[in-house]
Ligand binder design. Sequence first.
Ligand SMILES: C[S@@+](CC[C@H](N)C(=O)[O-])C[C@H]1O[C@@H](n2cnc3c(N)ncnc32)[C@H](O)[C@@H]1O
Length: 282
Amino acid sequence: MTYPIVLSSIQVEPILAAKQKGLSSVEVSPDLGISRVNAVITSTGVSFASGEHLDWQQIEKIKQAQTNCFSVEDGTIKTISLFSEHTNRVCSLLPTRHAPSMLIAGFTMHRIVNTDPMQDTLKKVATIAPITGRVLDTATGLGYTAIEAAKTAEQVVTIELDPGAQYIARLNPWSRGLFDNPKITQVMGDAFEVVQTFEDESFTHILHDPPVLSLAGELYGGVFYSQLLRVLKRGGRLFHYIGDLNSKSSGTVARGVVRRLQEAGFTRIVRRPEAFGVVAYK
Ligand SMILES: C[S@@+](CC[C@H](N)C(=O)[O-])C[C@H]1O[C@@H](n2cnc3c(N)ncnc32)[C@H](O)[C@@H]1O
């Protein structure tokens, strides 16, 4: 399987540095930092072994766009971003010095301040480790929690509302496991409705990583929590991402979440500030 080259301003830094030093080749990552290849520097631009050639104007455009990633195909560069007709929200891939995040309507879908989306993912998943059995991931996003859970789980069912978000994930080199790991089943739809269709006690673990409350209020409500409890096996655990529990706004949201989880019937709820969320037990 060959994938298109995906670059951000971070990957073109060494290309421009090599040009300035007058070098004839440079090591560059064609997939946002996952792997490295050698590319040839010419007077007109940079050539990859795959046959792609980018001119200096294109490289400069990528360098200037600090908040976008670009796919390279047939000599053209395309911003990884789109307006989702389904949700009327703009989705885009946001570069970081590690795995990228996704922006939806201007909100980042992972923590990126003093951390990176992969550390964020590992912290979330660690709160309910060891992850075994059948796992429900309520909000796919870039698929990082699903991919991480699938390393030890038997099966992961992951739900995404927005085809726009799925489009972005498809172009993200760090999301490939979402599309090629047979343990992961993707369901397109509203988690609020999709979860109602699952059988009682059919999941051992639930990862609930919704967008901010203002984008997905129903996913923070008692009706939804009752459904999560219903589909969770006895002894099962739910991780619910909320936000920085020590901040005023997320602290307030967290108090409401804990109360509604208790009202829904979860037996014990434990604050996990390091993962910006809580774990609820059935
Ligand atoms: C914070 S991100 C999830 C990040 C994900 N855990 C990851 O590892 O990349 C939230 C995702 O939920 C999706 N979403 C929003 N409302 C939803 C809903 N009602 N049902 C399912 N997914 C929803 C958004 O489109 C977004 O992709």
